[in-house]
Design a protein around this ligand. Structure first.
Ligand code: PMT
Length: 222
């Protein structure tokens, strides 16, 4: 009998949105359902990997055999990813992390008045970039959710964030991106190659990503 493909491999995956608190009743977030990241975690576990999934708030149940670490904010996700990074062989950053958060979180509910309101925002930490800086021999895979210029932005992220592969999805295409059960992605690698996959289930996208990531991991060990 053949060994499962990812046996003995430690995978660290992030999924879902983050929530950035404004006050006790309000927050900033995005449309990520967690489906893409959970599909990767589920397929990886089925392929025999030891999987940790750091997840923002979602409404889907934990995949079988996966260790789930629940977080809310970008800061919490940063902390959980950083402490687990050194130990991992393959890291896949599917989460849609907030780039900005409210500069102040109000302790009491903000009351309305008759005029307009302004919300001051500050940058969150870029987790992918921080992992890229710490990278030793981990294979680091990032995503790029774009609405235009996908090619340029995906190649830019590959370089700037020191990733080994970027999975780009044009979130304006039908059947791709947030909330759907399917996705349309292009895989960008550091050797300059680019593989455009057709529309397929997030489950099948996950399988493609994991196989590519495993090849990169095997190359790393040669
Ligand atoms: O969850 P679903 O509903 O299934 O939707 C899937 C998805 C659209 C969320 C997924 O396919 C996807 O594209 N995820 C990445 C979303 C995103 O935040 O993309 P980005 O282009 O803004 O970020 C690029 C990369 O940097 C991502 O790997 C992201 O995790 C990472 N990042 C971003 C900001 C930040 N502060 N820290 C990060 O690490």
């Amino acid at each position: 009998q053949k060994e499962p493909l990812l046996k003995g491999k430690k995978l660290l995956i992030s999924a879902g949105p983050t929530r950035e608190k404004i006050d006790p009743v309000r927050y900033l977030t995005n449309h990520s359902s967690g489906k893409m990241g959970y599909a990767i975690a589920e397929v990886a576990a089925k392929l025999g990997a030891d999987v940790t999934l750091v997840s923002g708030p979602v409404h889907i149940s934990s995949p079988r055999g996966v260790k789930v670490v629940n977080v809310e904010s970008a800061e919490e996700m940063y902390e959980e990813m950083i402490v687990r990074f050194a130990d991992a062989h393959i890291v896949i950053k599917t989460a849609a992390v907030a780039d900005y958060r409210p500069k102040y979180t109000f302790e009491q509910k903000v009351k309305k008045n008759d005029g307009d309101q302004q919300l001051e925002l500050e940058r969150t930490k870029d987790i992918l970039m921080a992992l890229g800086k710490r990278k030793k021999n981990q294979v680091l895979v990032g995503f790029a959710a774009e609405t235009n210029n996908v090619d340029v932005y995906a190649k830019g992220k590959l370089e700037k964030k020191n990733a080994d592969m970027i999975v780009a999805n044009d979130v304006t295409s039908a059947g791709a991106g947030f909330g759907t059960d399917t996705n349309i992605v292009t895989l960008y690698k550091r050797d300059g190659t680019k593989t455009a996959l057709p529309l397929m289930s997030k489950h099948d996208v996950a399988e493609n990503i994991l196989k590519e990531a495993l090849h990169l991991h095997e190359d790393e060990r040669k």
